[in-house]
Ligand binder design. Structure first.
Ligand code: ASP
Length: 341
């Protein structure tokens, strides 16, 4: 029988109403699984590791990402796959971070959660959890895993983790990946789109990475953005990288003051990564003069990366390398299927 480890971090899936305040708060997994006798019917051996205490994913941080990598790597040989129960709010960040931190991953790591707690009548959590367990234990005829990568399963869609974004705060279809096709779609059957699923090198050992450097910031351009405020942000001594959310295909206002500030920061070793504010499409800094100027200022192309993936990739690379030139070079490489080149 295949064996799956459920890692319960918290999130709405395991929450219940606080009797006094009426607000949702996380429950222990044993209380959660009591509400889900169906778990006993799944033909997969299931074991559980739970975060103590379980958290709302708004409280996720690189510390918990390292803890997740520790749990997965300590249990890697014992299980066929891993299901991470996680709040939806920061799930795409965690999935992106795990994809970089688990190098040469050859087993499924499926993140899921729900919009309505498992204990409530109209919950989406049961289907999400049961299908995630099925995906985490699914194998080809030769015994190799169907989906040997970090992914998010939610409401019938299996998405590459570092391509996913939370798109809906209310609906059950909370996630999508705009620049990469679904890895599978679950209806009556689970249909795997094998051509889009990563094919790892099974001869290489999985290498867990624990060090991240969170000295990064995301800033969004908008008409009227003030140079002096940008200058203050760039002057923070600890700052090592910026994800700059630019317009359209990677464009920014052309005024020389802004360009000079970015160029100076880049020459001091701050890595500036250009990501589009559009959900779909890619950065192409040569298309308009307004983008070309950024290229000249040594701004790095983030191509069609999500913001979540760009931030996680920067934290990961900054945690591995002191030299901004190496970080720059690796940012423009496709490390885990996170960008299309
Ligand atoms: N605030 C919750 C969390 O991210 C929302 C959810 O799980 O959907 O933990």
């Amino acid at each position: 029988m295949n064996k799956v480890l459920i890692i319960y971090t918290g999130g709405t899936i395991g929450m219940d109403c606080n009797a006094k305040t009426g607000a949702l708060e996380p429950l222990r997994f044993d209380r959660l699984s009591n509400k889900m006798p169906e778990l006993g019917q799944i033909p997969t051996a299931i074991e559980v590791y739970q975060f103590a205490p379980p958290i709302d994913s708004s409280d996720m941080s690189p510390l918990q990402w390292s803890q997740l990598v520790r749990v997965i790597s300590d249990n890697y040989d014992e299980y066929d796959g891993f299901v991470v129960l996680h709040g939806t709010d920061t799930m795409a960040f965690t999935a992106s971070a795990l994809s970089f931190m688990l190098e040469n991953l050859t087993k499924p790591v499926v993140l899921t959660g729900s919009q309505v707690p498992i204990g409530q009548l109209r919950t989406d959590g049961k289907e999400n959890l049961i299908t995630s367990i099925e995906i985490a234990s699914a194998k080809h005829a030769d015994g190799s895993p169907m989906v040997p990568e970090v992914c998010i399963y939610f409401s019938g869609r299996l998405l590459r983790g570092n391509r996913s974004t939370k798109v809906n705060a209310d609906g059950f279809n909370a996630f999508d990946s705009f620049n990469y096709p679904h890895l599978a779609d679950a209806g009556i059957n689970i249909v795997y789109h094998e051509e889009y699923i990563r094919k790892p090198d099974y001869t290489k050992p999985m290498i867990p990475h624990f060090d991240l450097d969170p000295n990064v910031v995301i800033f969004t351009l908008f008409p009227g953005i003030q140079d002096n405020i940008v200058q203050h942000a760039l002057d923070v001594p600890e700052l090592r990288a910026i994800v700059m959310r630019s317009y359209g295909s990677g464009n920014a206002p052309q005024r020389p003051c802004l360009m000079n500030m970015l160029r100076d920061a880049a020459s001091r070793g701050v890595n500036i990564v250009n990501i589009s504010q559009c959900a779909e499409g890619t950065v192409e800094m040569g298309r308009y003069d307004t983008g070309y100027q950024l290229k000249n200022a040594r701004v790095i192309s983030g191509y069609d990366s999500t913001v979540e993936s760009a931030v996680a990739k920067l934290m990961f690379l900054l945690g591995q390398y002191r030299d901004p030139e190496i970080v720059r070079e690796k940012m423009e490489q496709n490390l885990r299927g996170e960008i299309s080149l």
